[in-house]
Write a protein that binds this ligand. Structure first.
Ligand code: PGA
Length: 243
């Protein structure tokens, strides 16, 4: 399966930074992995218009298609301006916006309804890892966040240990392998044969220097990259490792 390298720009980026997206897009001409950038909302349309080889995504959406929800944006609206994938359940949103598994499931359903790919983020905190609860937490999150019909087109799962995000800490290779193999097993037993092709991304302090080793782990089908996706030269190092 081809790998997917997705950049999550979080709340960083103004119009000047579209030039980084253009450099990444040019590099991605004729490579054999998929690349996506999820910039903040206000850059999605321009990023979409200025790229040919990469996908543009969003970092969040509302559960409804439209309605009296001041300040919100729907999956349908994001698709209208060029988003093809939408992150749901990122740990920063779980923390900052009190997003529960139930809300995340509704958002993933909204993304499916609209016709884009939901990148559903799951992952344990440091306390949960120390208490040896990692796999249990991942199972609870998958049971409660994933919609009924999961297939390779409508869903990507991103495993992001909360303690590895933005910290420079990366789990041991064996820890990543065991989490990804557990996620694959859950997907296969819940959604059947098609789920073997659902991409499972690793996220948390991925950079050019560790990407190759992470991509060599079985059931790691790509990466969700925060900090190292903001500069084209850093991000291209990760794309090289995947392609
Ligand atoms: P990081 O962020 O690569 O900066 O650790 C990953 C993420 O939040 O998706």
């Amino acid at each position: 399966m081809s790998k997917l390298v997705a950049g999550n720009w979080k709340m960083f980026g103004d119009q000047n930074m579209l030039s980084e997206i253009k450099v990444i897009d040019q590099y991605c001409h004729k490579i054999d992995c998929e690349v996506a950038i999820c910039p903040p909302f206000q850059l999605i349309l321009s990023a979409h218009q200025q790229t040919k080889n990469i996908k543009i995504g969003a970092q969040n959406c509302h559960i409804n298609a439209n309605g009296p929800h001041t300040g919100e944006v729907s999956a349908e609206m994001l698709i209208d301006v060029g988003a093809e994938l939408i992150l749901v359940g990122h740990s920063e949103r779980r923390q900052d916006n009190n997003e529960t598994n139930k809300i995340i499931k509704q958002k993933a359903e909204a993304v499916q309804r609209a016709g884009a790919t939901a990148v559903v983020c799951i992952g344990e905190t440091l306390e949960e890892r120390k208490a040896d609860r990692t796999l249990q937490v991942l199972q609870e999150q998958m049971l409660n966040c994933l919609p009924k019909n999961v297939n390779p087109k409508n869903t990507v799962v991103a495993y992001e240990p909360v303690w590895a995000i933005g910290t420079g800490l990366v789990p041991e290779i064996d820890q990543i392998r065991s989490a990804h193999s557990f996620i694959r097993g859950f997907l296969a037993s819940t959604f059947g044969a098609e789920a073997h092709n659902v991409k499972i991304l690793y996220g948390g302090s991925v950079k050019g220097s560790n990407a190759r080793e992470i991509f060599s782990i079985s059931n790691v089908n790509g990466a969700l990259v925060g900090g190292a996706s903001l500069k084209s030269s850093d991000f291209i190092e990760i794309i090289k490792a995947a392609s």
